[in-house]
Design a protein around this ligand. Structure first.
Ligand code: MOS
Length: 693
């Protein structure tokens, strides 16, 4: 369609529309939703990792002043569906992991609820549990597919023969730690059941998708979706952990249904988030590379072992990025799982790509070292012409451009390749590079309505803004599609009363919702011309993607590492990323996403590790005092740039998702820089000082 001659809203550096409300503290989050006479919910959690509850004494808790109810497997309502065992709260006496919710206290204040929860006495029949991931377990199994629907294994050519014949090989095992999503806002809900005897449930929930949450709750409770409303204007971060409802949302609804007409509030504590809100599975990745002397890859194998929970399978697609990164005639990728007595793993920023690019991108650096070749040249040498495996052309692929632009900006050409030879005072200094990639995902369902209201246009869609910028960027897309200044466009999101929107996950939001908005604008203009009358409205839905192309974003990340020669302390004073991620809708919010991802990647590289004690099945460092994340003192100079890319095949905007690619490859770049600084290859994350001494 033709655009009118208005300012090109896409590409403008607009400040966040939700910024003032957030800065002033007037933005209302789920737990703060005004609610008269609200009750507060506190879960009671299992202290064993496997077994049965044989006794649950709630007398003392119920006797406490201000306690409204205590729900247990004996007293909680029967759910309509228990197929999703993660969500089947309080339905039986079985304990499947330590920290599982086994009872619920509802009281007049959160303090009373928490105290009463501590008074619930529980007796268990313990069973032996198993919570230890090892690659040599004999009960590893191949899942039917890996998240969200990729084949479990792939094979091209004959990897073993090619490795045996290769002039140079690298065969190593790399591990990433169990990591927990730790958004600032915990998982929180205010819930209200049946205020007017109309059988309706309203959830003000911190979620990455109001409609997916509604659909899941409707299934669990056997309610018509039309009777449930989910509202979520603001989210204090999610990183995937609010992408699918976890048990806390079911608990809030159970509590609300136990007290009809009275609002209830449930916010997980930080410690509870380590058991109940998902996490990134630890991964053990065996990477085998074979190459000719000139650096041409002849074989590439990635064999992954990771954990899932016994009650619900989540198979992280860790081997998937190795299927598309580099050309080679012989390739194998496999995934094997151990189903353990542990909490249910789930999405955490760039599931699959993030852990799956650590090992292979360090292995490429090791191969470059053996070949005496620059690691950038090695990657360029192995650029595929079409997507390996599928044989499809790339809609656009500019990894080489990212590597070259990044090398230029970072000052790579002056680099001495020898490890451990640069010293600045007490510090050893090194630099490293790694590649990034993330697919262009588009969800199959989303609809937007655009209506003329006076001088303005209002676009409604149940989309989410979890700090990513949707409040700001969707109006930019709508303004361009309508041919009007962005100041005339209002967007309403975060409510199931608006048309159906997909989850803010897989970096798919802008592609999916933006496409629906463009379609709605197109329909409006087709029907009414360029100035529709007041009240005129049209809707549009996301179309199907063009499946002739392989669609991915790419990037290159450069890191500088300093290692203290005596203590082994690791510092990363500089990170620089260059991305080819399609057209950038808003440079300000895009930069925020990219440097945010890189910061989280730095955090994964240096700090983040959930320590699950196999004896108790418990994450022992389950708070932010002991689960370390990057803080301001860790982050010095992080720069993100992008190449001018406008991909006509991905969507009407020409944009690719940018929420997740920033975390992909960062940890490998840091590990490669650490090796260059001190000569020690750290193949196990996080890179703590004991590993370099
Ligand atoms: Mo992302 S982990 O798909 O929210």
């Amino acid at each position: 369609m033709t655009f009118l001659s208005t300012p090109d809203a896409i590409g403008s550096d607009l400040p966040r529309r939700d910024g003032p409300a957030k800065v002033l503290g007037t933005a209302v989050y789920a737990y703060e939703t005004p609610a008269e006479g609200a009750a507060y919910v506190h879960p009671v959690q299992a202290t064993i990792a496997r077994g049965r509850i044989t006794g649950l004494d709630t007398t003392a808790a119920e006797a406490l002043d201000g306690v409204a109810a205590v729900l247990t497997p004996a007293t909680a309502e029967r759910l309509a569906s228990t197929d999703d065992r993660e969500l089947a709260a309080l339905q039986d006496e079985e304990v499947a992991f330590r920290g599982q919710v086994i009872a619920l206290v509802i009281a007049d204040s959160s303090e009373i609820a928490r105290h009463a929860a501590s008074l619930v006495e529980v007796a268990y029949a313990r069973q032996a549990h198993d919570a230890e991931l090892r690659a040599d377990r004999d009960d590893l199994y191949a899942p039917e597919q890996v998240n969200p629907a990729f084949p479990t294994d792939t094979t091209e050519g004959d990897v073993e023969a090619a490795l045996a014949a290769a002039e140079v090989t690298v065969e190593q095992t790399y591990t990433t730690a169990m990591n927990h999503n730790n958004p600032m806002e915990p998982h929180a809900t205010t819930a209200l059941w049946d205020p007017a005897g109309d059988g309706s449930l309203t959830l003000w929930d911190s979620t990455q998708g109001v409609h997916p949450t509604r659909a899941a709750l409707a299934r669990v409770f056997g309610l018509d979706e039309q009777r449930i409303r989910v509202v979520c204007p603001y989210v204090g971060g999610g990183f995937g952990s609010k992408g699918q409802p976890h048990v806390n949302v079911v608990l809030a609804a159970l509590a609300a249904r136990a007290l009809p007409g009275r609002p209830v509030r449930l916010a997980l504590t930080r410690q509870q988030m380590f058991c109940l809100a998902g996490y990134r599975t630890p991964t053990i990745l065996r990477c085998s590379l074979g190459a000719d002397r000139d650096g041409t890859l002849t074989a590439l194998a990635v064999d992954v072992v990771e954990q899932t929970s016994r009650i619900k399978e989540f198979a992280e697609q860790t081997g998937v990025p190795a299927r598309i990164m580099y050309a080679t005639p012989n390739r194998r990728t496999t995934h094997r799982l151990a189903a353990l007595d542990v909490p249910v793993p789930s999405w955490m920023r760039a599931p699959g790509e993030c852990p799956g690019m650590f090992g292979p991108e360090v292995a490429m650096d090791e191969l470059a070292e053996r070949l005496g070749m620059d690691p950038i040249d090695l990657r360029v040498r192995n650029e595929p012409e079409v997507e390996p495996g599928s044989g499809k052309p790339f809609s656009s692929r500019d990894l080489v451009g990212c590597l070259r632009e990044g090398a230029e900006r970072f000052g790579w050409s002056r680099r001495d390749p020898r490890p451990g030879v640069r010293r600045r005072g007490a510090w050893l200094v090194g630099t490293g590079v790694a590649a990034s990639t993330y697919p262009v995902n588009r969800m199959s369902q989303s609809t937007a309505v655009i209506r003329r209201e006076g001088d303005r246009y209002v676009a409604e869609i149940g989309a989410a803004d979890l700090g990513t910028g949707t409040w700001t960027t969707l109006p930019q897309i709508a303004a361009d599609a309508l041919g009007v200044p962005v100041s005339r466009v209002e967007v309403r999101i975060g409510d199931t009363d608006y048309p159906m929107a997909s989850v803010a996950g897989g970096s798919s939001g802008m592609t999916t919702w933006g496409s629906a908005v463009v379609e709605a604008a197109r329909a409006l203009r087709e029907r009414y011309g360029n100035e529709p009358p007041d009240g005129a409205a049209a809707s549009g839905s996301v179309g199907r993607p063009d499946d002739r192309y392989a669609m991915h974003a790419f990037g290159a990340q450069f890191a500088e590492a300093h290692i203290h020669a005596d203590t082994g302390e690791v510092r990363v004073p500089r990170l620089l990323g260059v991305f080819a991620a399609g057209r950038i809708i808003n440079p300000r919010t895009a930069r925020s996403q990219l440097i945010g991802g890189m910061t989280m990647g730095l955090s994964m590289a240096l700090h983040e590790s959930s320590v699950l004690d196999p004896r108790s099945g418990h994450v022992v460092n389950h708070d932010l005092a002991e689960y370390h994340i990057s803080v301001n003192a860790d982050v010095s100079d992080i720069e993100a740039y992008w190449l001018p890319e406008h991909d006509p095949h991905v969507n009407a905007m020409g944009s690719k998702g940018i929420g997740e690619i920033g975390i992909v490859g960062t940890a490998a770049a840091v590990s490669n820089a650490v090796w260059h600084a001190c000569g020690v290859r750290v193949r196990d994350l996080p890179i703590t000082l004991d590993k370099v001494l």
